[in-house]
Design a protein around this ligand. Structure first.
Ligand SMILES: NC(=O)c1ccc[n+]([C@@H]2O[C@H](COP(=O)([O-])OP(=O)(O)OC[C@H]3O[C@@H](n4cnc5c(N)ncnc54)[C@H](O)[C@@H]3O)[C@@H](O)[C@H]2O)c1
Length: 439
């Protein structure tokens, strides 16, 4: 199938590469010329496990190419995916300027029947707006051609995006045109060989499904963070509570880890956008507003502990940081909780020395020289007054505690991811503060 994917970021690049991997003829479009040049050489512009190899192979085998020339990419396509960003606007609602900009170009260039697919996360009603935007452009140039707009939200997780795309737990397809639905089913068939996990619904339900999924996950995180705060107050252990509730099938074991608040390019903006959609429709989204409040509070919990530990005298101290990305296996720093924490430390006069296995380049774009970046985890510890852990990279799970102890000025760890056992840490002589485990 001739597939065009507009937007070559985390979602568009993965989608384009995986569609090519299953034999389609794919063009990835982006307005960022540097990105397109790099991708055309097979150099990935993001860190995503497994992506480099697939990218190189599909470019070499000429099933995948990248361009800034949207016109020809539209003309040649049977299916056009819109996978551009939908960042939050000032009021929290999703900013649709990029999506509608692409829709306009599609209408401007379209020459024959196309299926236009909204893969970006877009508020309910956007399929209709995209349909109207394309139609208005066709009308302007008195062109007569039919097209359908399908809503196909993406559920991949950064860090396992290729696996999620190649073996999806579900494909949600919103639309009513039999012709378009059958093309979509054909395109996705290669990813669903063991079991048909396509859910066909109307456009609006598909649009709401994506936000509801992220809002539910963010709610789980804030719920556990609130329970962890209570555990801290009353001397209980959130890990025990987590096991105790997770064994109930109705609750489930996954996504019950407390931490330093959710971040990333999706949960914060999608929760905000859903709250705003509620407001626009006269509905107070009370649960989600509370989810956001708890998350804002959670991002400061460790900072408060650091202040207490140093008797509110942080100026002149040095803190080593392990982990910057909002989660492991990605270099994405968008809305990472480490940003707020490090900014608070810098404002308080702390020198920050940070290490992350892959996110340092992204982090340098945020802090430049204000933070010292190290190339390996133990190097940043030397001369620091404490270690602060933001991201649960595997390499931090079982470190050499003797080296940590001998490198730090004092054996102090603030752990935002509950990587170690508080009792073990006490026994080996650390002052260890984690989340929801009164130590
Ligand atoms: N990142 C994720 O994990 C994830 C997961 C599921 C859904 N989503 C959703 O997918 C969408 C894209 O997210 P992302 O993380 O890939 O964003 P991104 O910022 O990484 O990529 C967007 C890309 O679109 C390009 N672009 C913008 N306007 C363009 C235009 N007119 N023509 C061509 N290219 C254009 C940008 O240059 C950029 O490369 C968002 O709506 C997001 O909410 C993201």
């Amino acid at each position: 199938m001739q597939v065009t994917v507009v937007g070559s970021g985390y979602v568009g690049l993965v989608a384009a590469t995986c569609f090519a991997e299953t034999g389609n003829d794919v063009v990835g479009v982006d307005i960022d010329k540097h990105k397109v040049d790099q991708l055309s050489k097979g150099i990935s512009i993001i860190y995503e496990p497994g992506l480099d190899e697939l990218l190189a192979r599909n470019i070499a085998e000429k099933r995948l190419r990248f361009t800034t020339d949207i016109k020809n990419a539209i003309l040649s396509a049977e299916v056009i995916f819109i996978a551009v960003g939908t960042p939050p606007g000032e009021d929290g609602s999703a900013d649709l300027q990029y999506v509608l900009g692409v829709a306009k170009q599609i209408g401007h260039h379209m020459n024959n029947y196309k299926v236009v697919v909204n893969k970006s996360t877009v508020p309910v009603g956007t399929a209709q707006t995209v349909q109207a935007t394309i139609q208005a452009e066709l009308d302007k140039r008195k062109a007569v051609t039919s097209f359908d707009v399908i809503s196909n939200p993406e559920f991949l997780k950064e860090g396992s995006a290729i696996d999620d795309f190649m073996k999806p737990d579900r494909i949600v397809i919103g639309g009513s045109s039999e012709k378009a639905l059958s093309l979509m089913k054909k395109l996705y068939a290669s990813f669903l060989r063991t079991d048909n996990r396509i859910y066909v619904m109307d456009n609006k339900s598909a649009e709401v499904t994506k936000y509801a999924a992220n809002a539910m996950l963010a709610t789980k995180i804030s719920f556990m963070n609130e329970m962890a705060a209570l555990c801290d107050k009353v001397g209980a252990n959130i890990d025990q509570v987590r096991f105790g509730i997770g064994s109930d099938d109705r609750i489930g074991k996954k996504f019950l880890f407390p931490g330093i608040g959710y971040g990333g390019s999706c949960f914060p903006k999608d929760v905000k956008a859903l709250v705003q959609t509620g407001h626009e429709n006269g509905l107070n989204m009370k649960i989600l507003e509370a989810v956001e409040d708890v998350n804002d509070r959670q991002k400061k919990v460790l900072f408060d502990r650091i202040q207490q530990h140093f008797n509110h005298k942080l100026s002149g101290k040095t803190i080593a940081v392990w982990g910057l990305a909002f989660k492991p296996r990605t270099d994405d720093m968008r809305e990472a909780p480490s940003i707020e924490m490090i900014n608070l430390l810098l404002e308080a006069g702390v020198s920050v020395k940070a290490y992350d296995p892959v996110a340092v380049d992204s982090a340098k774009r945020i802090w430049g020289n204000a933070v010292t970046f190290g190339e390996e985890p133990y190097g940043v510890l030397r001369g620091a007054d404490a270690l602060l852990i933001h991201t649960e990279w595997n390499e931090f799970r079982s470190p050499n505690f003797e080296t940590i102890k001998s490198s730090l000025n004092a054996p102090v760890i603030f752990d935002g991811r509950n990587l170690y056992d508080p009792v073990d840490m006490m026994e080996i002589g650390f002052t260890y503060r984690s989340i929801g485990r009164a130590s």
